[in-house]
Design a protein around this ligand. Structure first.
Ligand code: ADE
Length: 263
């Protein structure tokens, strides 16, 4: 098998893990979650998982992320990943075989019913179920191994969906040129919810959507900026009052921007 390198996990970084996170390294923590991404554009992901919370979570061995080139699972001379649609029509359709071979190699089986517990094979596509925070939370709490298939072109051979996919997810009612940006969005949303991924345990609790509300407004120094003042209540030191103000502002904003969330 001639997979290209797994761009997001390499030896150099595991050495850095020891240097940067001695407490974690000495406990030899197993990864909390593994995320494998299948794409025909592996370079798309070269730097994107190397920043902020995702980078930190990888170095702390909370998550392992591997990028696989679908092309490397082809068996033909031209390494074809797509072909003309049966029945005619515009565009090309992603072939089933390289994706089946990839799943077989990564999971050990191409039969969904035989996947190990906690394995989810997710197809990113505009036909999928719209992604919500509650689904993100479910993945973060329950899944151990995610395989994200990035669709391209006009679509993907339906047999991938029929046999391999456990969840088809859309990140919104608009069409991207491929599933890659959606895989990044989904990975980011999940990883930040994994235990110890965020600096402060309370940060995720107060996220927008956690209670079907948007987040409240935030302010930092200076107190007055170009004639605009920080609301007085935030300077009062009265935590009960501040909490009340924040709830009220969150509600106000939700009512104005996303009334549907309140129904
Ligand atoms: N691929 C193309 N459009 C998409 C979307 N909206 N969500 C997920 N994957 C996609």
């Amino acid at each position: 098998m001639k997979e290209r390198q797994h761009l997001a996990s390499n030896e150099r970084e595991s050495i850095q893990t020891v240097a940067l996170f001695p407490a974690f390294a000495s406990k030899m923590l197993a990864f909390r979650m593994k995320i494998d991404v299948l794409t025909i554009f592996p370079e798309f992901f070269t730097e994107v998982f190397n920043f902020g919370i995702i980078r930190r979570a990888r170095l702390a061995e909370i998550v392992e992320i591997n990028i696989y080139d679908i092309r490397s699972f082809t068996t033909d001379k031209h390494q074809k990943t797509d072909d003309k649609p049966f029945g005619g029509g515009d565009g090309m359709v992603m072939k089933a075989e390289p994706i089946f071979r990839a799943i077989e190699q990564i999971v050990g089986t191409w039969k969904r019913e035989n996947y190990p517990d906690g394995t989810r094979v997710i197809l990113l596509s505009p036909q999928g179920k719209p992604l919500k925070q509650i689904t993100v939370k479910e993945f973060a709490d329950q899944a151990k191994h995610l395989i994200l298939i990035c669709g391209r072109y006009e679509g993907i051979d339906e047999r991938v969906n029929d046999a391999l996919v456990t969840d088809e997810i859309s990140i919104g009612d608009y069409v991207l040129s491929g599933g890659e940006p959606a895989a990044i969005v989904l990975t980011d949303a999940i990883v930040r919810l994994l235990p110890n991924a965020l600096g402060s345990e309370t940060s995720a609790v107060n996220d927008s959507f956690t209670e079907n509300l948007l987040d409240c407004p935030h302010y930092t120094h200076p107190r007055e900026f170009r004639g605009m003042e920080v609301p007085e209540v935030l300077l009062s030191g009265n935590h009960a009052l501040i909490e009340c103000w924040r709830k009220e502002k969150a509600l106000e904003k939700t009512r104005k921007i996303r009334e549907d969330l309140l129904k």
